[in-house]
Design a protein around this ligand. Structure first.
Ligand code: NOJ
Length: 749
C-alpha cells in the first residue's frame, strides 16, 4: 500500500506541475504522455520487456510472485477472481520496483455473468443503443471481478456461415459492423475508461480473419487492397475513431504475410495513416505461429517482424524474449521497444490503474445478475430475434391455446448461451420450457423429442408426436448446440445437425399449425425446413434470458423487430453470397431464372441464357440481408430527394414516409442503400449507407429523412479514397432486396 500511496503522490505532483503549465509553451502537452515518458525514463530494459509480456493465468497468485515482483509480466489473461486479481495487483504495486499495475484481460464477448445474445444476434437488432447498453453491463460485471480489459468487440466482416466465428461477428456488412462495433466500444469504455465499471475494449482481429478460405478457421486469406480497405478495414477505422484503447492482431496469413507480423496493415495503415496511439496485442501465440505459417524461421525472426510491425504485447508465446538478442545484433533500436512500452503504459494510465489498481470485493454481489441486468438481457434478446415467415398469421399465439413445446433447444440452459461464455452459468439461464410453462400452465404439452441437436435417436419421437396430437399448435425449437459454432468450430455442412429435420417432417405430417424456432450460432441452410413450418422465428443463441424473450414474442406481448445482418443462403454451395456483390458482365434477372430440370437431354451448348447463376439455386438467397418481418405491415411511401445533384461540400436529403398499415404496434428498421453506377473500379450493386429504427402505432405515419454527403459515397479505387462524379441510385427500403430506386448525380464541384 505504501508504494501505491507514493504513486498517487507522484501522480498528484505531476498533475500540479502540469496544471501550472497550462498557459505556457507546454499547453499542448498531454498529462498522460508526460507520465508515460517519465516512467519509461525510470525503467530498466528488463522492466520494459516485462511490460510486453501477457501470460495465461493459472494457479495461485503466490506462484507468480517472483516474476511479478521483478516486473516481468505486464498482463494476465484468463484471470477471473477478484481476490486473486487484487493480490497480483498488490504484488506488482507494492513489491515491484516501479509499481506498475497489470492489465487483466478476458474474453467478455457477449456478457459476463449475465449473458446477452451472441454478437450476430445482437447485430440483428440493428441497435447501437442496445449494443452499447449490453456491453456497459458486461463491463460492469467483469470489472467487479477484477478484469480491466476485454478482447472485444470482434468486428471481422464475414460472408461465410461455415466459419464458426461468424457467431462472434456483426455479420456481412462493413457499415452495420462499424456502427455496432463503435457502440460496443463505447459500452465497454464509456467516455472515460477510468470510471468505475468501465474496461478497455479491443478491436479484433486485425485484419481480414473473416475471409478465412472455405470458412475453415485459421485458414489463409487473400484480400486485394481495395476490398481490404472498402470492407474489412472500415469497422476497425470506426473503432479507432471511437477511441478503442486496444487492437488485436489476428491469426490469418493475409496475402502471404501473417497478420501478426504484417508491416503494411499494422504499421503503414494503423499507425502511419490512422495515427492510432492505442496498444496492439497479438492473438494467442500468433507471433510464434509465423514460424508455422512458414514466414519466419526462428522465434527471433518472428519477434523482429512483429515488433517492427508494431505488435506491442505478446499473448501467450514468448518470442519477445529474443528482443535483447535483436537489439544486440543491431536489428532493432531501443526506441522501438520504448514505443511499445509507451503504448501499453498509456492504456494503464487511461484506465486509471495507477490511481486505483484494486477492485472492491463486495461490488460483485451488488452488480452481477441484477434484475436490471436481466431485464436488459431480455430486451436485447427480444430485439435480436428475426421473424422469417408467418403464414396465415400463425404468430402470435394465443395464451389460451394448447401448445406442444418440442425440441432439443427447449430446455438447453447451456446451449442457449452460445459460444464464448466463460463466466455465464447455465444455472442462471431461463429456458423456453420454464417461460412457456409460466405462460401456459396446464395448456402446455411438453416433450423434448431429441435430447440435443446432434442426437440421432428417434426414441423421443413418439412422445413428441403424442404431445403434438393433443395440442392446437406445435412449437418446435431446433438449432445448434453452443459448441458447434465459435472458434475452431467451422462446419462444411450448414444444415440442421442430426435428425432434427426428420422430427420436423414427422410433426408436419400432423397438419397442425407449426412454429419453428431456430437457436443457432450461424445462419443455417434451412430452406427445406422452412417449407414445412407455418411460422419461423430465428432466435440465434439468445443468452441467459432466452425463455422470457421468446415468450414475449411468441405470445405477442411484443412484435419481432430484428432484421438479418447477414444473407441466408439456400445451402453451403451458394457461399459466398452477400448483398453488396458485383453485378458481373452477365447478371441474371431473378424473374427469369431457369433451373437444372429445364435443361433438355442431349442439349448442346445451350446454357440457359448465359447468365451468372447456379442452375440449382438460381441467383436469389434464401433471405436477403436486412430481411425480417413483424406482426404488422409497413408501407413505404415514394422516396423524395432534396435535389437531383449532390455537390462536393453539399448535402442531399432523402425522405420517405413510413406508415404502419396493420393492427399492431411495432418497430421497423428502415434501410438506406446506394448504388454507384460506374466507377474506376467496379462498384457493388448496393451498399448500406444508413438505417433508422422507428416504432409506429397502428395507422401512424412518420416522415424519415436521411442525409447523404460526398464522404458517404467515398471508396478506395486501388490508389486513393475518392467520390467519383457520376450517377447513383438510392433506395429507402425494408431490406436489401426491396424498394424502387430514385436517382441522383454527384458533381465534383
Ligand atoms: C484466441 C481468439 O482468436 C481470440 O479472439 C481470443 O480473444 C484469444 N484467443 C484469447 O482468448
Amino acid at each position: 500500500m505504501m508504494k501505491m500511496m507514493k504513486m498517487v503522490i507522484v501522480s498528484l505532483l505531476i498533475g500540479i506541475v502540469l496544471g501550472s503549465c497550462t498557459n505556457t509553451s507546454q499547453k499542448t502537452t498531454d498529462p498522460i504522455e508526460e507520465k508515460v515518458q517519465t516512467l519509461i525514463g525510470q525503467m530498466t530494459f528488463e522492466e520494459k520487456l516485462g511490460q510486453l509480456v501477457q501470460t495465461n493465468y493459472h494457479g495461485e497468485p503466490e506462484d507468480w510472485k517472483e516474476q511479478l515482483a521483478e516486473g516481468k509480466i505486464g498482463s494476465f489473461l484468463n484471470l477471473s477472481s477478484v481476490e486473486y486479481a487484487n493480490e497480483v495487483q498488490r504484488i506488482v504495486v507494492e513489491e515491484s520496483r516501479l509499481g506498475i499495475p497489470l492489465l487483466v484481460g478476458r474474453d467478455v464477448i457477449h456478457g459476463f455473468n449475465t449473458v446477452f445474445p451472441i454478437p450476430l444476434g445482437m447485430a440483428s437488432s440493428w441497435s447501437p443503443e442496445l449494443a452499447e447498453g449490453a456491453m456497459k453491463i458486461a463491463a460492469r460485471e467483469a470489472s467487479a471481478n477484477g478484469i480491466n480489459w476485454t478482447f472485444a468487440p470482434m468486428i471481422d466482416v464475414s460472408w461465410d456461415p461455415r466459419w464458426g466465428r461468424i457467431a462472434e461477428t456483426c455479420g456481412e456488412d462493413p457499415y452495420l459492423t462499424s456502427v455496432l462495433g463503435a457502440a460496443m466500444v463505447k459500452g465497454y469504455q464509456g467516455t472515460d475508461p477510468s470510471e468505475e465499471g468501465r474496461i478497455a475494449a479491443c478491436a479484433k482481429h486485425f485484419v481480414g480473419y473473416g475471409m478465412s478460405e472455405a470458412g475453415r478457421d485459421y485458414n489463409t486469406t487473400y484480400i486485394p487492397e481495395a476490398l481490404l480497405r472498402n470492407v474489412h478495414l472500415r469497422p476497425f477505422k470506426a473503432a479507432a475513431d471511437a477511441g478503442c484503447l486496444t487492437f488485436m492482431s489476428a491469426f490469418n496469413d493475409l496475402n502471404g504475410v501473417p497478420t501478426s507480423g504484417n508491416y503494411f496493415t499494422l504499421r503503414t495503415i494503423l499507425r502511419d495513416e490512422w495515427k492510432y496511439d492505442g496498444m496492439v496485442v497479438s492473438d494467442w501465440a500468433s507471433i510464434q505461429q509465423q514460424i508455422v505459417h512458414g514466414y519466419t524461421e526462428t522465434e527471433t525472426d518472428a519477434a523482429e517482424k512483429s515488433i517492427k510491425a508494431g505488435v506491442d504485447m505478446e499473448m501467450a508465446s514468448r518470442c519477445y524474449d529474443n528482443l535483447p538478442a535483436l537489439l544486440e545484433a543491431g536489428k532493432i533500436d531501443v526506441a522501438l521497444i520504448n514505443e511499445s512500452v509507451a503504448n501499453i503504459l498509456r492504456i494503464k494510465f487511461k484506465l486509471g490503474l495507477f490511481n486505483n489498481p484494486y477492485t472492491d470485493v463486495t461490488l460483485k454481489d451488488k452488480v452481477i445478475l441484477t434484475d436490471e441486468n436481466l431485464d436488459y438481457a431480455r430486451k436485447v434478446a427480444r430485439g435480436s430475434m428475426v421473424l422469417l415467415k408467418n403464414e396465415k398469421q400463425t404468430l402470435p399465439l394465443n395464451k389460451t391455446s394448447k401448445v406442444a413445446l418440442i425440441g432439443p433447444m427447449t430446455n438447453a440452459p447451456h446451449d442457449q448461451m452460445g459460444t464464448w461464455v466463460f463466466d455465464g452459468d447455465e444455472k442462471n439461464s431461463i429456458t423456453p420450457l420454464t417461460s412457456f410453462t409460466d405462460v401456459l400452465g396446464k395448456n402446455l404439452n411438453y416433450a423434448i423429442g431429441l435430447e440435443y441437436s446432434r442426437d440421432k435417436s428417434k426414441a423421443g419421437f413418439a412422445k413428441a408426436i403424442a404431445a403434438a396430437k393433443k395440442s392446437d399448435v406445435i412449437v418446435l425449437l431446433v438449432g445448434e448446440e453452443s459448441g458447434l459454432s465459435g472458434e475452431a468450430n467451422s462446419r462444411a455442412i450448414i444444415d440442421l445437425p442430426g435428425i432434427q429435420s426428420e422430427l420436423l417432417r414427422e410433426l408436419n405430417q400432423l397438419n397442425k399449425p407449426l412454429v419453428l424456432v431456430v437457436m443457432a450460432g450461424r445462419p443455417l441452410g434451412i430452406g427445406a425446413d422452412i417449407e414445412l413450418a407455418d411460422a419461423v422465428l430465428y432466435a440465434w443463441h439468445p443468452g441467459t434470458m432466452a425463455g422470457p424473450a421468446l415468450t414475449d414474442l411468441i405470445f405477442g406481448d411484443y412484435s419481432p423487430s430484428g432484421k438479418l445482418p447477414i444473407t441466408f443462403v439456400k445451402g453451403a454451395g451458394q457461399i459466398p453470397f452477400y448483398y453488396y456483390r458485383k453485378n458481373t458482365g452477365k447478371p441474371t434477372d431473378p424473374e427469369r431464372m431457369t433451373y437444372i430440370d429445364d435443361i433438355p437431354r442431349n442439349s448442346k451448348q445451350l446454357s440457359l441464357g448465359f447468365t451468372s447463376m447456379h442452375i440449382d439455386y438460381g441467383i436469389t438467397p434464401l433471405y436477403p440481408f436486412g430481411y425480417g418481418m413483424t406482426y404488422t405491415t409497413f408501407e413505404y411511401g415514394d422516396v423524395k430527394l432534396s435535389s437531383k445533384e449532390l455537390t462536393k461540400n453539399g448535402e442531399l436529403k432523402a425522405t420517405c414516409t413510413l406508415t404502419n398499415t396493420g393492427n399492431t404496434k411495432a418497430e421497423e428498421i428502415v434501410q438506406l442503400y446506394v448504388r454507384d453506377l460506374f466507377g474506376s473500379l467496379t462498384r457493388p450493386i448496393k451498399e448500406l449507407k444508413g438505417f433508422q429504427k422507428v416504432e409506429l402505432a397502428p395507422g401512424e405515419s412518420k416522415e424519415l429523412t436521411f442525409t447523404i454527403t460526398a464522404k458517404d459515397l467515398e471508396f478506395y479505387n486501388g490508389e486513393e479514397y475518392l467520390t467519383e462524379a457520376g450517377d447513383f441510385n438510392l433506395w429507402i427500403a425494408k431490406d436489401s432486396d426491396s424498394g424502387e430506386f430514385v436517382s441522383f448525380a454527384f458533381v465534383n464541384e
